[in-house]
Every structure is written in C-alpha cells, then in structure tokens.
Design a protein around this ligand. Sequence first.
Ligand code: KG4
Ligand code: ZN
Length: 375
Amino acid sequence: MNVLGIETSCDETAAAVVSSTGDDSRPWVTKSNVIASQVQIHREWGGVVPEIASRQHVRDICGVVEKALGDAGASWDSIDAIAVTQGPGLVGSLLVGVAFAKAAAARLGKPIVAVHHLAGHIESIFLEHGAIPLPAAILVVSGGHTSLYFVPQPGVYRLVGRTRDDAAGEAYDKVAKLLGLGYPGGPPIDRLAREGNDQAVDLPKPRFTHADRNPPPPDLMSRPFPPAYAHLAEFSFSGLKTAVVRHLQERHVSVASGLTVPTDAGPLNRQEVADFCASFQRVVVSSLVDKTFDAARWLGARSVGMAGGVSANSRLRQDALARGNREGLPVFVPSLTLSTDNAAMIAAAGLRKLERGETSSLDFNAYATLPIDGR
Ligand code: KG4
Ligand code: ZN
C-alpha cells in the first residue's frame, strides 16, 4: 500500500510517500519526503505569523506534492490512500492541507485518513526503527508540545504527562530571542552550548512536590488509565525563562517588555552567551530526561522514545542514550529529518490507522487542539 502524507500544521509544507512492506519488524518504508520550510520568511518576524504561514502553504502545496510523487517514482494512480494532519496546529495552516487532501481523495476515489500531529511524531520512531520493545514511554518534545505517552501496543497512545505551561521548544525559542540568537532558537542554542560551561549560570530546575518526585500510588497504575494518570510526569519551562530574564537584567542587559534584547545593548560576550546556552540546556535536558525515565520505570516500559523538533538536540540525544545504557533501557530517536515536522511521519500514522481498517469521511474538520485518538 502506498500512502501520500500531507502535513501543514505550522510553518512547513510537507508531502511524502510511504509504503507498507508486509514485514512486521520493519512495516513501512519512506519512498519520498519533501519539506518546504517557511523558516526564512518567519525569521524576519521573530516567530511564526499564522496568516503568512497559511498563504505560503497555499503557494507551496501543489509543487511539494508533485515533487513527493516524482521523488517516489509514483503516479497519482499508484496512491492507495491519503493521510493528512487534522490537528493540533494553526487552523488556517491545517485547512490548506486538509482541503488539498480531500480534493485529491475525492478526485482519485481513494480513502482519506485524518491524522493527529503528535501520533505522527510518535510513529516517526516506528518508521525509523521498525518494531521497538513495548510497552514504551515516548516523549514528544517540540515547539508546541512537551507530552509523554505510554504506548502499550502499536497505535495505542496514552497521555501520561505534559507541560503545565510552555513547551520545551517554546522555551528554546524565547531564550534564543532574549539572547539575540534569532528564530528558531533550538539549533543556535544547541551549537553554542557546546562551547559553554553548563555550570556557569545558576538556573533553577523546575520542582514539583508530588508525582514527579515520588512514584504514583499503586491504584493509579491499574488499567484502564484513570484521568489522574495524565499527571504522572509534569514539565514546566516558563519559570526557567523568567530566571534567564532575571539573570540578564542582573548583567544590565536591557530586556524590553520581557522578551527582546537589543543585541547591541548586551554586555555579554560570545563566551558568556555560550555559558548561558549551556546552562539553560543542562536544566531543560535534565528535566526532560529525568521525568521521562522516572515515568518509564513506574510504567514498566521496556524502551524509551523521543520525537519532535527538540529531540534533534544533541545533548538530549546524548544524555538520554547514556541514561538508557545505565538503566538497561533501549532509547529510540528518529533521524534528524524525521525529528522536525515532516509528512513521512503523517503517512506512517495514517498507515497505522489504515492497517486496522480506519478511514475518515470527507466531512472531517481541522482543529487547533485535538485529543489524541489512539485506542
Ligand atoms: O516538531 P517541530 O518541527 O515543530 C512543532 O511541532 O513544534 O519543532 C520545532 C521546535 C522549535 O521550537 C525549535 O527551536 C526546536 O524544535 N528545535 C530544537 C533543535 N532543533 C529544533 N530545540 C533544541 N535543539 C535543537 N537542536
Ligand atoms: Zn511537530
């Protein structure tokens, strides 16, 4: 089966062709994966401007899909189904992909399947690595989300924790803006952190008094999951951002309206910026790794996965792999192209649903927020 995946939830217009192999240990293969990034356009504004994003998707979608078909050596007739991101994301952006996918499915007379964006990030791990030991604890960590899922079987996603405030990628983007490093903030902070001393700046690690420090009471571990299970691991990054602002103010760096450092006003030299980046990254990564591994232990997980844009972070990958080695838990992370937003992961999540006979009717809508639909 050949599935055309379409992803337009934020500022990447993406299309991909993914095929099923019939081999359970490696069920899917990526035939093409095309991404038109709008990052250069939004950089000028310091972040994603929703209307500009929607308009750029309209411009790019036809060419991106044509290239995905061409790269795969596939004709429209060889496509068996279309998978498209339904949400969560920017509604104006999502609607471009959804409307395009519906028109194509109607024209071809082929099934369409609506996909949850985070199910796509989770399935990027299975697309990359094939079958992994289950149950797994999978962290989706991106610009919009920091959510931990328990995956007992393929295609089953149970939310067991999330951020109380900012997503980790959002914290990277905000801190990079404060340091005058541009948008998106993850890659420059990751690069500069390698030159910095991660103990140079004393930044607070978010602490909670309950679930994340003590195992949950045994009755919470029973199946089916009670709602309280969704608080097994809580993340928080907004306090860390405030601490960075305070430190910068102490260094007499002008922080206008909380979130802009005129780059020429700061007395920080390159080494000091690198130290800030390394210290910030140490706190974010240790919070992500500690909570994910604690939850994995409580859940009896046999593997740990990390996906989403922030999973491209070199220290997160390194520290998670080291912790996994120490605890005897294999760690699975997608390759860099599958970490950030792409359509191959959406096609994979679509295949997961199609393989159990699920398709969508042509009247489904796009949603800014959407509960994950794994059963
Ligand atoms: O998954 P993604 O492409 O889009 C969303 O669904 O949000 O993630 C984008 C986020 C941005 O916040 C970006 O700063 C972050 O991923 N990111 C990184 C790195 N590369 C991208 N964060 C930390 N380190 C990186 N190397
Ligand atoms: Zn994403």
